[in-house]
Ligand binder design. Structure first.
Ligand SMILES: [Zn+2]
Length: 345
């Protein structure tokens, strides 16, 4: 089959590789119908050291089950399924607590011997726990929106849930990428009435306004912090949803969070050190939370609104490519010419 591999920074190619096969009785084989390129795929695109064998890419996909192992009981060939970006058994104590990304027998796609989703087909471990069957046809217009449940919508929702967003919280979202926009949509769904979106790409912040943002702050750094403070009566936001991952975004979060507030990070941190002392977090009783979103935990919660068209998170996709177009898709996202690329293998 054809599959996307990265061989080093900026070096994405489509390779002929062996077809995936069932390895464990809990596996399923899935033919990929829709996949996409994630903002987090751009991190290795910037920094991956040369890897002659290449690494498989892609962790967001919807597909059709082709074959299941002997211990898979809830799925059969022909089922259309959403895959969360982490696979999990759904039964261990972490899964039961809703933290599927810490599953005792789980893992992440495109890692540890499991292939990537930017491919024609993929082996899905722990299929019963991982895959969610959806009652729509393969050619449904809902598919792009359903695909956001494999990562960005669930990740934005996780940011808002971890921050305790509710109708009484003022929210600031840092970042106008797909996850930031989904954090806006999620905060709105959780009842927030004041949602300030910090971003400077007008097409994206316009979509953010459509998703529920009430204010847009295009300024960054100290200027951006001052603007958010001005909008919040000088105090800052109860909840700050950080969907970027760079140190500058953390500093911005510190600047706009209100005493007693929460900074919830879902942008994969590209830094290891940042202030947590008296002047930053401690003195103002700030909570710092966040991490890889257990999106599997949120699919059933978010699915109905997508199925009945109440929300249309698939609007974050502004380009569609075939598998052969994936390398150009990475370039376009990296050049900020495109918000998020949909892949139809
Ligand atoms: Zn588990």
């Amino acid at each position: 089959m054809r599959a996307t591999y990265m061989y080093g920074a900026g070096d994405v190619r489509i390779a002929d590789v062996g077809d995936p096969a069932l390895e464990q009785p809990t596996d399923a084989l899935v033919r990929v119908v829709l996949a996409c390129i994630c903002g987090s795929d751009l991190h290795p695109y910037h920094s991956l050291v040369a890897t002659p064998a290449g690494v498989p890419m892609g962790h967001e996909f919807i597909g059709v089950v082709e074959e299941v192992g002997g211990e898979v009981s809830t799925l059969r060939a022909g089922d259309l399924v959403i895959a969360p970006f982490a696979w999990s058994d759904g039964t261990c104590e972490f899964c039961r607590e809703g933290l599927h990304t810490s599953c005792r027998t789980g893992g992440f796609f495109a890692a540890g011997g499991v292939g990537g989703g930017q491919a024609e087909a993929i082996r899905v471990p722990q299929a019963d726990g991982t895959l969610v069957k959806v009652p729509v046809a393969e050619d449904s217009a809902l598919l792009p929106s359903l695909l956001t449940l494999s990562d960005v919508f669930g990740t934005g929702y996780h940011a808002a849930v971890r921050a305790g967003v509710n109708p009484r919280t003022t929210v600031t979202v840092i970042g106008d990428g797909a996850v930031g926009l989904m954090a806006v949509l999620s905060a709105r769904r959780l009842g927030a009435e004041r949602i300030i979106l910090m971003g400077r790409h007008k097409a994206r912040t316009d979509l953010g306004l459509e998703f529920g943002a009430t204010d847009v702050v295009a300024e960054r750094g100290e200027e951006g912090v001052a603007r958010v403070r001005e909008l919040t009566g000088g105090d800052g936001s109860h909840a700050v949803l950080e969907a970027v991952g760079y140190r500058a975004a953390y500093d911005q979060a510190l600047g706009v969070v209100r005493p007693g507030g929460v900074i919830s990070r879902v942008g994969v941190p590209q830094y290891a050190d940042a202030p947590i002392g008296f002047p930053s977090l401690f003195g103002r009783n700030i909570t710092l939370t966040g991490g890889p979103a257990p999106v599997r935990a949120y699919i059933e919660t978010l699915l109905p609104a997508v199925l009945d068209g109440e929300v249309e998170p698939g609007k974050v996709f502004d380009r569609t490519v075939s598998l052969e177009g994936v390398p150009a898709g990475y370039r376009a996202m990296d050049d900020r010419k495109v918000l998020k690329v949909l892949v139809r293998p």
